[in-house]
Ligand binder design. Sequence first.
Ligand code: NAD
Length: 260
Amino acid sequence: FLAGKAALVTGSTSGIGLAVLKALAGAGANVGMHGLGDPKVIAKLRDEIAAESGAQVAYSAADLRKPAEIREAIKSVAGELGGLDILHNNAGIQFVSPVEVFPEEKWDAIMDVCLNSTFHATKAALPYMIQAGWGRVINTGSMHALVASPYKSAYNAAKHGVAGFTKTLALEVAQKNITVNAICPGYVLTDLVRNQISSTARIRGIPEGSVISDVLLADQPTKQFVRPEDIGAFVLHLCGPNSAAFNGACLSIDGGWTAR
Ligand code: NAD
């Protein structure tokens, strides 16, 4: 049902974004992969997605800390795919530390990648959706867009900002056939999570082996990680024929994390 549509997913060289990209391509969209990583691995992923889905797969390595690169990425992907109907602002980074020793440069990096890039990319992409008379903006929030956990001040602040931006834009474009939503996953076992296991163990003074059960999944009632492919399927629904009334929402996919 997405034949003829073009979709860009930021941070789609791994993790959640990669699963979303595969889902969109599988439903017929031409897709723009974006993100950092080993060029050989990325080229292989692009080839695999194109071969499996028949989709055209563009690619951008824009650094999301640089607004000019973000604008250029939107322009070049839209140029290559013949427009831009779906933008999923998904890239994100994490850093775990108490506020009193939180490094300023980490705060700035998290704000840039998680929040500021969402504004810059969306601003650049909206004209294509307005011109097409249809569009979908999806932002990856988190359960930490809705509630907090200690030692993640920058991330929680940026993700709560993503929720606020989502609601505001949804109101602005509601009558243009463009919907804007945030998806709010609980823990998904991606590189982003694997990379915080050692620092979380250090700060909390517990063994690394206990971080998954005692910290990450402690508040996830299912005691299971959310699966990236389930998030891909959900994003597909938000772009599908029965999605028009989902707008301005922060949609939890968190195994019940925010139910308490
Ligand atoms: P990941 O580390 O697997 O993927 C992050 C992606 O962002 C990669 O493609 C990476 O190249 C890209 N990226 C990071 N910094 C960049 C920069 N400066 N410029 C360009 N690209 C950059 O992580 P993930 O878990 O798949 O995270 C995806 C999103 O989901 C993030 O916004 C994250 O905050 C959110 N999220 C993750 C979880 C989880 O448990 N994994 C839970 C809730 C929300």
